[in-house]
Write a protein that binds this ligand. Structure first.
Ligand code: AMP
Length: 298
């Protein structure tokens, strides 16, 4: 596996890789786990070459968030990617990605201000900006993201559409620990006691699944059930429990036509997220521009 740290080298290397055929990209912030590796494997199954990036992006962290302490396990990450057979790893430093005086940002107002965007103002501006930059550096035909970050997927779909990136976003299922906890780089912050408490996010979603299976589709009933699971729990602070359209992130009154059911909660000092899509929704990419994209990359 080649490891590159500069934008110029990366642009050149990706141009060469694209001669082999379809190029897939998996953007990450490192501290890799099975969730990340599932995206890599999916990309490998669908593309001729796969590029992974590891970059802890400072612009998506607000002051007081965990940018400094975010887990950085670069050697271990490289070993995992090497073993997975990744072709090329892009691992720039912050100064390489944001040259001094860089002032251009990508905003996705509306969608970017909902769910995590409401709780973390500016977060999705940082995400959209860094992903737009990575797209311009790598220029992949396909980019792989986890459904775990459902709001991020909605924001990036809007950005891809609005800025005419000839890139197909592929949304991949959430990978969980055996007990149901969604895998996350931040799970390693949890004390053993809070690791147990963190299961509440999955349990709340399971409760909703049971109601959905019994035929309930009214969002107010489902939301009440979600809230009741969190009520009175020690050391848990619910951030949001939302039932929304997965593309606009706006609330829906009924889930019959498909909905994203998403929760975020602080477990001790660690903020965790999880979600489900009701079954009649595709978790796959929205290939509105498929034909046009194939022509653009031909
Ligand atoms: P991160 O390193 O947290 O920025 O995540 C990089 C990518 O991996 C994002 O597209 C995430 O949605 C995805 N990802 C993180 N955790 C999981 C998981 N448990 N299952 C599937 N994808 C995940």
């Amino acid at each position: 596996m080649r490891i590159l740290t500069t934008v110029r080298e990366m642009q050149l290397a990706c141009r060469n890789l694209k001669r082999k055929g379809t190029l897939g990209m998996v953007p990450t912030m490192g501290a890799l786990h099975e969730g990340h590796l599932s995206l890599v494997r999916r990309a490998q199954g669908e593309c001729d070459a796969v590029v992974v990036s590891i970059f802890v992006n400072p612009t998506q962290f607000a002051a007081g968030e965990d940018y400094e302490t975010y887990p950085r396990t670069f050697d271990d990450d490289c070993a995992k990617l090497e073993a997975a057979g990744v072709d090329l790893l892009f691992a720039p430093g912050p100064d390489e990605m944001y040259s001094p005086g860089s002032t251009t940002f990508v905003e996705v107002p509306g969608i970017g201000d909902r769910l995590d965007g409401a709780s973390r103002p500016g977060h999705f501006c940082g995400v959209a900006t860094v992903v737009a930059k990575l797209f311009n550096i790598v220029s992949p035909q396909r980019a792989y993201f986890g459904q775990k970050d459902a709001a991020q997927i909605a924001v990036l779909r809007a950005m891809i559409r609005d800025l005419d990136f000839p890139i197909e976003l592929v949304a991949c299922p959430i990978v969980r620990e055996p007990d149901g906890l969604a895998m996350s780089s931040r799970n390693r912050y949890l004390s053993p006691q809070n690791r147990g408490r963190a299961l509440i996010l999955h349990q709340a979603l399971q409760t909703v699944c049971q109601l959905l299976e019994s035929g309930e589709t009214r969002s107010n009933v489902l939301q009440r059930a979600l809230l009741s699971v969190f009520a009175g729990q020690e050391d848990i602070r619910l951030d949001y429990a939302a039932i929304v359209d997965p593309y606009t992130l706006l609330p829906v009154a009924d889930t019959a036509r498909g909905a994203l059911i998403a929760v975020a909660a602080w477990v001790g000092s660690t903020r965790l997220i999880d979600n489900i899509l009701t079954e009649n929704l595709p978790i796959e990419n929205l290939n509105l521009q498929q034909g046009w994209m194939e022509e653009t990359h031909a």
